[in-house]
Design a binder for this molecule. Structure first.
Ligand SMILES: Cc1ncc(COP(=O)(O)O)c(C=O)c1O
Length: 338
């Protein structure tokens, strides 16, 4: 049996999700006439206690639309040095928004209010205008680490005082909410905009939602069209999103349990060095001799287990909807036999 732990993006829609998709009522969403997309957007906005939301094909597009909306060319965006918006969106901040970044050295992907405050440029013609702070929760390269709400609220105060917007890359926000018993409404109050992904832990084939106030989402709709993301009968996909928001959030707790079970076994092994604390569904660990990460990935592959070497020293494993108890046993047996 193949156990694919490379990412939580590898899931396939199950029978109930496919059924919801097949029975979706659709229309032309660029005309804002797709009833299922409209329902999904209203559902997500209400969930977060916000006025509006827009359905996008990918998390990258949601983030990039938000960054474009919140900045002017030449502005500076504060983000953590391992953040997805900086590392993995193809230089989109420069390409799409003509803005530049100021990188902060965080703790497993998370930054503090003091770091943000120190990074704001003074009102000086020589300096770029600092207009936006982007946070990521959970932090992918931080091993699925989560922010404490008190820390986010402190960052929000710094942003409000400096007249800066605060955006959340919440690709895996529901993992954080489930792990820490927090509510989407609270997050809705803390951020100017939030992007959530439907195509990761929630198990949809595609999709992301950007949430904010009416004025912001109106502008986002214009930018989504400019980026080529205006979709037509997208309701078939939006139906998967609605299904996921209604059925696949609570169960994320199981993915977290599975991740902790794998981590506990790894910890016993001499070839495993620093293993980042497992807070949600991501396991990142350092590989020690006799293996290199590439060699260990190949070894796991011989046992039918797929994972990724994410740096010259580290491997990442991610648990998700398509991983069951039997597969976890297979992973544990494999680790024990190495
Ligand atoms: C933290 C984070 N943000 C954004 C994205 C982008 O999502 P997508 O692959 O839908 O563009 C990812 C994807 O892995 C991610 O991990």
């Amino acid at each position: 049996m193949t156990v694919d732990l490379r990412s939580d993006t590898v899931t396939r829609p199950g029978a109930s999700m496919l059924d919801a998709m097949m029975h979706a009522k659709v229309g032309d969403d660029v005309f804002e006439e797709d009833p299922t997309v409209n329902r999904l957007e209203a559902f997500a906005a209400e969930m977060f206690g916000r006025e509006a939301a827009i359905y996008c094909p990918t998390g990258t597009m949601s983030n990039q639309i938000a960054i474009k909306c919140h900045t002017q060319p030449g502005d500076e965006v504060i983000c953590e040095k391992t953040s997805h918006v900086y590392l993995y969106e193809g230089g989109g901040i420069a390409f799409n928004a003509a803005a530049q970044v100021k990188l902060l050295d965080g703790d497993r992907g998370r930054v503090t209010a003091a770091q943000v405050k120190n990074a704001i440029n003074p009102d000086d013609v020589h300096k770029p205008r600092t207009s936006l702070v982007c946070l990521e929760n959970t932090a992918n390269r931080g091993g699925g680490s989560c922010y404490h709400c008190t820390d986010i609220m402190a960052i929000k105060s710094v942003c409000t005082e400096a007249g800066m917007a605060l955006h959340l890359d919440g690709a895996r926000l529901f993992n954080a909410l489930v792990a820490n018993h927090e509510t989407p409404e609270h997050y809705g109050q803390m951020f100017d905009s939030i992007s959530i992904c439907l195509n990761k832990g929630l198990g949809c084939p595609i999709g992301s939602i950007l949430i904010g106030n009416k004025k912001f989402i109106r502008q986002a709709r214009r930018i989504r069209k400019v980026f080529g993301g205006g979709m037509r009968q997208a309701g078939f996909m939006a139906a998967a999103g609605l299904y996921a928001l209604q059925h696949n959030i609570k169960r994320l707790e199981l993915d977290h349990i599975h991740a902790r079970q794998i981590a506990m076994e790894l910890q016993q092994k001499p070839f495993v060095g620093n293993l980042l604390p497992v807070e949600t569904n991501i396991i990142i660990f350092e590989v020690l001799p006799p293996y290199t990460p590439k060699e260990l990935v190949a070894k796991f592959y011989e046992y039918g287990i797929k994972c990724i070497a994410i740096s010259p020293t580290q491997i990442r494993m991610v648990t998700h909807l398509d991983i069951n108890e039997q597969m976890i046993k297979q992973v544990i047996n494999c680790i024990n036999s190495l």
